[in-house]
Write a protein that binds this ligand. Structure first.
Ligand code: COA
Length: 260
């Protein structure tokens, strides 16, 4: 199938998906977003595809965000629908049941950063820049970024990135665990393909289950998470180690735990 804003090529059970609006730094307009949904729906049901590599056309940008031109007319209701529509596409990617590797080849800003966040593995070229600059436009990240970024790099760094809107470079993205590898631009696709080949050499049922299991760690709400925390805290309070630990502190001596 031919798309206007996306290129898809299949080689050796890998689909190479390229967002292709290089003159706009691959900013995602409504049509590109709709096409992205179609592409991933089709990949989900395509038994000839086991791994996806997602990148942007050109050497400057992965995706420089949602197309800002299309944001200007949004109001409360349409803004919410706009956000939910984008969230649905990115959740489709996260729950694809097949690994999606983001090969981030330049700017990954706003919706571009959020797109990368929805992928299972992120690698970047040295010139990559990640950022959530939405506050500069008077909005917040709306395609899952407030949720996925905090889960991935921790609340402190996510807050800093989202509240300042400042982008970070590839080295910083690697340092905070936002990407797992940084390579030269010329090595980027080769490296992504090597990772894809390695995954292809495994049992694909296990790969699918592994994605599901790791994704499940993100499913708990703060309320559910705190309920688990309270239950385990109570269980700790019932142990001999707890009694010994607190007693030792009060008696100003080193605790001797017997793991009971
Ligand atoms: N939406 C719409 N168009 C965009 C865009 C976006 N998110 N990002 C880039 N473009 C367009 C520019 O308007 C420009 O189009 P033009 O040639 O018709 O004027 C073209 O892409 C090239 O961008 P330009 O700004 O000239 O490149 P640059 O190298 O000077 O700057 C960026 C690159 C990424 C720093 C800058 O384009 C930018 O800040 N983009 C917006 C990023 C953003 O806020 N994203 C989040 C949106 S929610």
């Amino acid at each position: 199938m031919n798309y206007q804003n996306i290129l898809v090529e299949n080689r050796n059970r890998i689909d190479f998906v390229t967002i292709n609006r290089p003159d706009k730094l691959n900013a995602m307009n409504a049509q590109a977003k709709a096409e992205l949904k179609q592409v991933f729906e089709s990949i989900k049901n395509d038994s000839a595809v086991d791994v996806v590599i997602l990148t942007g056309a050109g050497e400057k940008s992965f995706v420089a965000g949602t197309d800002i031109k299309e944001l200007t007319e949004l109001d409360c209701e349409s803004g919410r629908a706009f956000s939910e529509g984008g969230q649905a596409v990115f959740t489709l990617i996260e729950n694809l049941g097949k690994p999606v590797i983001a090969a981030v080849n330049g700017y990954a800003l706003g919706g571009g950063a959020e797109l990368a966040l929805a992928c299972h593995i992120r690698i970047a070229s040295e010139n990559a820049k990640f950022g959530q600059p939405e506050v500069n436009l008077g909005i917040i990240p709306g395609y899952g970024g407030t949720q996925r970024l905090a889960r991935l790099v921790g609340k402190a760094k996510a807050m800093e990135m989202i509240l300042t809107g400042d982008p970070i470079d590839a080295a910083e993205a690697l340092r905070i665990g936002l990407v797992s590898k940084v390579v030269t631009q010329s090595e980027l696709m080769k490296t992504a393909e090597e990772i894809a080949q390695k995954i292809l050499s495994k049992g694909q049922i296990a790969i699918k289950m592994a994605i599901q299991a790791v994704n499940a760690t993100q499913e708990k709400s703060l309320t559910d998470g705190q309920a688990v925390e309270a239950r385990l805290f109570g269980e700790c309070c019932a142990t001999e180690d707890f009694k010994e630990g607190t007693r030792a502190f009060l008696e100003k001596r080193k605790a001797v735990f017997n793991n009971k």
